[in-house]
Design a protein. Structure first.
Length: 566
């Protein structure tokens, strides 16, 4: 897979799909209409790759005054469930798109698709084959050798119709027969070598129950569903390029109400990310993640739980554009979009993830001050909040160093620093336990420095965040890294699988965090910037007295350091 490349553009700065649609409108092709569709299979959750397709399908329709259908290609009852239908609908709406009244299911066309199959049989363009799927594959031939003909290829139209109707009536067991299109066993396009179009499956369907025991194959159902809905532009990823001749063959050889046009584009590939449904199921089943919405997963549900916003995902998809060749998008681009949006909308809070206690010895015991704190410097309308300040505080353990180098501008014995929104403090003593670990810092404060600079003009170089010990709320914080330790999933070492590249350290749970009291009882899904620490989101596992936060993204881009280490 190639590294990142610029978006392929044509005249006027449009990507090639938008350019093609503009040309079609100008020539009055499809009567000037633009009708697209997003056609997920309800056998799993949507992922970040689907987000790009959703933005494109719904986006080009809206830009041209058209419409986009949501159609579930539910032709495999062995893996499809209603819960996936509902989850997919939720994800699309969350991303900011709506299909209105145009919700469809391939299963809603089963009767019509069956009639199309009979039409092919009556035209001598389909036959019932005795071979199993494995036998068909074994006899498919190579790029230089034609496929072998099965015995069923010479059956009469009458015999094929009779067998197919008996397949529908449930007279045969699964695998006994399969219906194949009769095209060209010597075609240079392998999918055209008499592809299967119907198989026997005696599995109840999530919508039609036991009404059917034969089901259409995806290649057959998809293009004809497009035609039945009068889709004008069928946008799909590049792996369907070699299936376009088959798509067109079905449309050309059947009496369909419309002639949709298939256009392929490069799917979204993000570094350190795999969207393969098989791989995702495996990591879930092995317990390597907590479920499909684990924030390390690439599913939209997982991204939402981690704290990614719909706007940031849409901006990311728009920014990477539409290309004709596969490429690998760096994780830094996705995180930049998330960080850019959260910087504008997320309120600021103070949270100490690895606390050490600070005692301000010259601050009055029992006294509590309420200090003003800015909610979001990027949004004046966000206003202010108050945070309690007291004699005992928590600061980050990494913000103190006993024997500090010259360029360490945080707290160290004898050095003065500023506490955010509060006072200047100076460390006067360090308390350690029997193992030599720092357990408490003794400090003094300057009461003349509240919320600003010192009256005498002295300056400090370090500003620390903190939380009042008396008012602090205990919290759990989950720090996530990429699930894989390999940038390009295509670069798996010989003899290894992608599962071997799943990181054991992709999640770090911090159980002793302390956060300011305003973070107690906050609704799951609410995003915050923890000052100096990054962007975090309230997890559904939270309880009123113990919030749980997921780190959405670091405060600054860290991928440059990763690249430098390599």
């Amino acid at each position: 897979m190639s590294a990142e490349e610029p978006v392929e553009e044509t005249e006027g700065g449009r990507d090639f799909i938008r350019a093609q649609i503009a040309a079609d409108i100008a020539s009055n092709k499809h009567d000037g209409k633009v009708i697209t569709r997003f056609p997920p299979e309800p056998s799993g959750l949507l992922h970040i790759g689907h987000a790009k397709a959703i933005c494109l399908d719904f986006g080009v329709a809206a830009e041209n005054g058209g419409r986009c259908h949501l159609r579930f290609d539910d032709t495999n009852p062995n893996s499809e469930e209603t819960e996936f239908v509902e989850a997919i609908e939720e994800d699309i709406r969350w991303l900011g798109f709506d299909w209105g009244e145009h919700l469809y299911f391939a299963s809603g066309y089963f009767e019509r698709l069956y009639e199309f199959a009979l039409e092919l049989i009556d035209k001598g363009l389909a036959y019932v084959c005795d071979w199993s799927s494995e036998e068909i594959l074994a006899n498919r031939g190579t790029l230089t050798e034609p496929a072998n003909a099965s015995p069923g290829r010479s059956r009469s139209i009458e015999e094929n119709r009779d067998l197919f109707e008996r397949m529908k009536n449930g007279e045969f067991e699964e695998g006994a027969y399969i219906l194949r299109a009769k095209i060209d066993l010597a075609s240079s396009v392998l999918p055209m070598r008499d592809p299967p179009i119907y198989r026997i499956l005696k599995t109840p369907h999530h919508r039609t129950g036991t009404d059917w025991c034969i089901y259409p194959m995806y290649d057959f159902a998809h293009c004809l569903s497009d035609a039945l809905e009068s889709i004008t532009h069928s946008l799909c990823s590049l792996e369907f390029t070699d299936r376009r001749p088959l798509y067109d063959w079905f449309i050309e050889n059947l009496d369909t109400p419309a002639t949709p046009q298939q256009i392929e584009f490069a799917r979204l590939n993000v570094a350190y990310t795999v969207t393969s449904k098989r791989f995702l199921k495996e990591v879930v089943n092995r317990g390597l993640v907590s479920g499909w919405d684990d924030p390390r997963m690439p599913t939209i549900a997982a991204l939402r739980r981690r704290g990614y916003t719909a706007e940031s995902i849409r901006n990311f998809c728009e920014g990477i554009g539409v290309a004709k060749r596969e490429n690998l998008i760096q994780m830094a681009r996705l995180e930049f979009s998330v960080r850019e949006h959260l910087n504008r909308v997320a309120e600021r809070r103070m949270a100490v993830l690895n606390p050490v206690k600070v005692v301000i010895e010259n601050y009055p015991e029992g006294q509590v001050e309420e200090l003003d704190a800015i909610n979001n410097p990027e949004d004046e309308g966000a206003g202010k909040r108050t945070v309690p300040f007291s004699r005992e505080l928590y600061i980050e353990r990494e913000d103190f160093m006993e024997d500090a180098p010259k360029k360490f501008f945080r707290l160290t014995p004898g050095r003065e620093v500023r506490l955010r929104y509060a006072y200047f403090i100076t460390c006067t003593d360090v308390i350690k336990n029997d193992e030599g670990e720092v357990v408490e810092l003794r400090c003094t404060y300057d009461p003349e420095t509240r919320g600003g600079d010192a009256p005498d003009g002295r300056k400090v170089k370090g500003t620390l965040h903190w939380v009042s010990a008396a008012a602090a709320v205990p919290a759990e914080v989950r720090l996530y890294e990429t699930l894989l330790d390999i940038e390009d999933p295509a670069d798996v070492e010989e003899g290894k699988s992608l599962i071997d590249h799943v990181r054991s350290d992709s999640l770090e749970v911090l159980n002793e965090c302390m956060v300011e009291p305003s973070l107690a009882g906050v609704d799951p899904g609410t995003a915050f910037q923890f000052e100096r620490m990054g962007y975090f989101c309230v997890d559904p596992d939270s309880t009123p007295d113990r919030p749980v936060f997921n780190r959405t993204v670091t405060l600054r881009d860290t991928w440059a350091k990763v690249a430098k280490k390599k």
